[in-house]
Design a protein. Structure first.
Length: 192
């Protein structure tokens, strides 16, 4: 892919993240995104045929960044429990360090944009959903209780998201001990 194309798309993504986190989906029209990104409105439509296409590509962009950061630092030779805990820790720290992504994903999951891809993610187990595959592997290898993967994702992500929200409200960061305590609670609840 052309470097300039990548830079322009990323600038559009950064502006879209900023505006959506400030004004929401409906308060961020393509014209406002173009102005903030310092590109012509026609340029946005060159890369993204519609606002929905932009939002969906931005979702996958954020997920790819998250997956790269959260999973790449985990040693694949570690025992499953250690990977489980390290991935959760990485996830919390990623969200705290990337609040623009966190805010966007929070809005996205509660929006109609997510409805169009949700069934694909769970029913076809999209190859892009690394966490789903990791938890599914834990069930298959009998490290985790034989539960529907949706329940495992709810337990795993729900606690992480709640902790990050609490930190945002309190304008604080969790201590290492608090992170360790929370992930131990999750592990003890889902381990086989």
């Amino acid at each position: 892919m052309n470097i300039q194309l990548t830079e322009k798309k990323e600038q559009i993504f950064f502006s879209t993240l900023k505006l959506i986190n400030t004004h929401g989906f409906h308060g961020s029209p393509m014209s406002k995104i173009a102005k903030d990104a310092d590109v012509a409105v026609g340029s946005i439509y060159h890369y993204f045929p519609s606002k929905e296409d932009l939002i969906l590509e931005l979702y996958w962009y954020c997920k790819e960044k998250l997956n790269n950061q959260v999973f790449s630092a985990v040693d694949p030779t570690l025992a499953y429990e250690k990977k489980f805990k390290q991935i959760w820790r990485n996830l919390v720290l990623y969200y705290l360090d990337n609040l623009d992504h966190f805010g966007f994903l929070e809005q996205f999951y509660g929006s109609p944009f997510y409805e169009g891809i949700r069934n694909n993610i769970f029913q076809q187990k999209s190859e892009r959903n690394v966490l789903l595959h990791f938890l599914d592997e834990g069930v298959r290898l009998k490290h985790l209780k034989d539960l529907n993967v949706r329940l495992l994702i709810s337990a795993y992500l729900g606690v992480a998201i709640s902790l990050v929200r609490g930190c945002l409200y309190e304008k604080s960061k969790p201590t290492d001990q608090e992170i360790e305590t929370m992930v131990d609670i999750i592990w003890n609840g889902v381990k086989k």
